[in-house]
Design a protein around this ligand. Structure first.
Ligand SMILES: Nc1ncnc2c1ncn2[C@@H]1O[C@H](COP(=O)(O)OP(=O)(O)OP(=O)(O)O)[C@@H](O)[C@H]1O
Length: 578
């Protein structure tokens, strides 16, 4: 576990780790030497040899002083590693999250990510900086004492050298059960966190459907499982510590018998015996500590796994060399893709979106329309075929270059818990206030800002919860307007907006898409009818493509889809807004 945790130490702090280990080892040996020096000091005192007593006390004082300096060095090194470890590991995890394909985030949940980046890092930090040092101390001090005893009485030294591995073996056995219980606790805690976040986020739906009780049940089960796992964990930890404590006392008693045996045998003086019993107590103490440190180290093991697994997640191959971009065209060539290898979602799809034209993708639910948009933005890489944007395969251009050419306006608009202005500025971080107001005016965000007390500086709440769905879309359109990318990927809203909001959003989108290359997953009949090209997708394949008139004349799938939609909405083409 320690070696895996040490591998997570950032490079710039890696050189400090051997220093910490060396200083800790030296500190532990000086501590052992100080304990051993008790024997000659006590012997001299009992013999009434004041000169020798002072001599050994002076040596002991020097050793204790060295030990003090080493303890100080050990503490400062540990602190430096702890701080560096936290910053460095969190930066590495942050960089990793930046490099992961966008599609990866759709399968993750916020609670587990936050647990890895915050809680796991804290545990690993503690394991590397403090627990490693404590573990070294608790091994080297008894070992040093036992070796030191060789110079006093070899039989006692041998008894100590036998006792130490016995104690470690008992400790190891006792902790196996704890380790299993601890793993179960980590799993149960992660599950409970996920359920708590889900329960909070699903409140509107649970209440709307009167399902608060059933929503609670999933959470209650997770919390109950966590409670049981935690109880088992505590029971096995406490049992292990009690058993280990009893064995430690038994070993201490055995050592005392050995010492007393030497006194009665006449090989050790009574004064030395008292000193040896005191040293034996010191010998036992760090071993006792090792039990608790072992538990803490094992508990940190699950955290190391969490962070290591995240760091090992595969990223999409990245091309750093700059490319000379051509016209803003999007070309799909025999593209096939599936979220998992067994079930393709998109099969052999080929089409070209010429610069400055609009392509509408329509088709039944689950046909793969949104997936096509995601593949353009490289949420994931295609399984076969290729997608070219601006004349280059999306896989052979730097991600930044690709994303700079794209404005994404998807249905689930996420707003940061900051002001309206800052949320719009996400579109172009160097935009001036005037630019933000320009984009806000076109997308009619100014209407929203006007009614809020702090105007554009008003906070929008986590995820934009203080704004309506239509208002959030307006902010996201303002973002995209500010970015002014040549290609717009648009997932049209399926949910109904009130007539005013809808009219405003449509106007904003109209401005955003003017003279741009547009791929739109279209639901509004006006958008579909006025597109330069329509792709009818079913089961991941393009089954028909052409203009609205061509496809209506064909009288097949698209015509059926169109007539059904138009009938259900009482809509006629000549009434379509421009
Ligand atoms: N992140 C994902 N992981 C696994 N499967 C997914 C993922 N996203 C979508 N799918 C599956 O891929 C298929 C196509 O989904 P997609 O969202 O592209 O369809 P769609 O045509 O846009 O549907 P809708 O009109 O209902 O939004 C569906 O079967 C869906 O369950």
């Amino acid at each position: 576990m320690i070696d895996r945790a040490l591998r997570l130490v950032p490079d710039e702090y890696a050189s400090l780790t051997p220093r910490l280990i060396t200083v800790t080892a030296a500190q532990a040996l000086s501590q052992a030497a100080a304990y051993c020096l008790l024997v000659p000091v006590l012997e001299a005192l009992f013999d009434g040899d004041t000169g020798m007593a002072w001599f050994w006390t002076a040596i002991m004082a020097v050793v204790v002083a060295v030990m003090g300096v080493l303890t100080f060095l050990q503490a400062t090194l540990g602190l430096r590693i702890a701080v560096g470890m936290q910053l460095g590991l969190q930066t590495r995890l942050g960089d990793k999250l930046n490099a992961l394909p966008l599609g990866w985030f759709e399968t993750q949940n916020a609670a587990q990510l936050s647990r890895i980046v915050v809680d796991n890092v804290r545990e690993i930090q503690g394991a590397v900086a403090y627990l490693t040092a404590k573990l070294i101390t608790s091994v080297l001090v008894p070992l040093g004492v036992a070796v030191g005893m060789l110079f006093v009485d070899w039989r006692i030294a041998v008894a100590m050298l036998i006792a130490a591995p016995v104690l470690f073996a008992v400790n190891r056995l006792g902790n196996r059960a704890f380790l299993r219980a601890d793993e179960r606790t980590h799993v149960a805690a992660a599950e409970a966190e996920t359920r708590v976040v889900e329960f909070a986020q699903a409140q509107p739906i649970l209440r709307a459907f009167g399902a608060v009780g059933s929503g609670n049940r999933a959470l209650d089960c997770a919390l109950e499982a966590q409670k049981k796992a935690a109880t088992r964990n505590v029971v096995s930890a406490v049992t292990g510590v009690i058993v280990f404590g009893l064995v430690v006392q038994a070993v201490f008693l055995a050592l005392t018998y050995v010492v007393v045996g030497q006194v009665t045998g006449g090989t050790v003086s009574a004064a030395a015996a008292i000193a040896l019993i005191a040293v034996s107590a010191r010998f036992i103490e760090p071993l006792n500590q090792a039990a608790q440190i072992g538990n803490a180290l094992r508990s940190a093991s699950a955290s190391v796994d969490g962070a290591s697994d995240l760091l090992a997640e595969p990223v999409l191959p990245e091309h750093d060399s700059p490319v000379a971009l051509g016209a803003p065209e999007v070309v799909f060539e025999s593209v096939s893709f599936g979220y998992d290898a067994e079930s393709p979602v998109v099969s052999d799809v080929s089409f070209t979106v010429a610069p400055g034209t609009t392509t509408a993708i329509v088709g039944p639910s689950g046909a793969g329309k949104t997936t096509l948009l995601r593949l353009v933005a490289r949420y994931a890489d295609v399984d076969s075929g290729s997608i070219r944007v601006g004349g280059h395969d999306v896989r052979t251009q730097p991600t930044e270059t690709l994303l700079n050419q794209l404005s994404l306006v998807f249905q689930n608009v996420y707003l940061f818990d900051r002001s309206i202005a800052e949320n719009i500025r996400v579109g172009r971080p160097d935009a001036s206030d005037a630019d933000i107001r320009w984009a806000g005016a076109i997308a009619r965000v100014d209407e929203i800002a006007d009614r809020l007390p702090d105007g554009y500086d008003s906070p929008v709440g986590e995820g934009g919860t203080t704004l309506s769905g239509g208002e959030r879309q307006r902010v996201s359109i303002a973002r995209a307007l500010l970015k002014d990318a040549p290609i717009v990927l648009l997932d049209e809203a399926t949910s109904a907006l009130d007539p005013h909001s809808e009219a405003v959003v449509i106007r904003g989108i109209h401005e955003l898409t003017k003279d741009k290359t547009v791929i739109v997953v279209a639901h509004r009949l006006a958008t579909i009818a006025h597109a330069d090209q329509i792709l009818f997708l079913d089961g991941g394949r393009i089954v028909e493509h052409g203009t609205h008139d061509e496809l209506l004349a064909l009288g097949s799938r698209y015509a059926g889809f169109w007539n059904e939609r138009a009938r259900s909405r009482g809509w006629r083409l000549d009434s379509a807004p421009a």
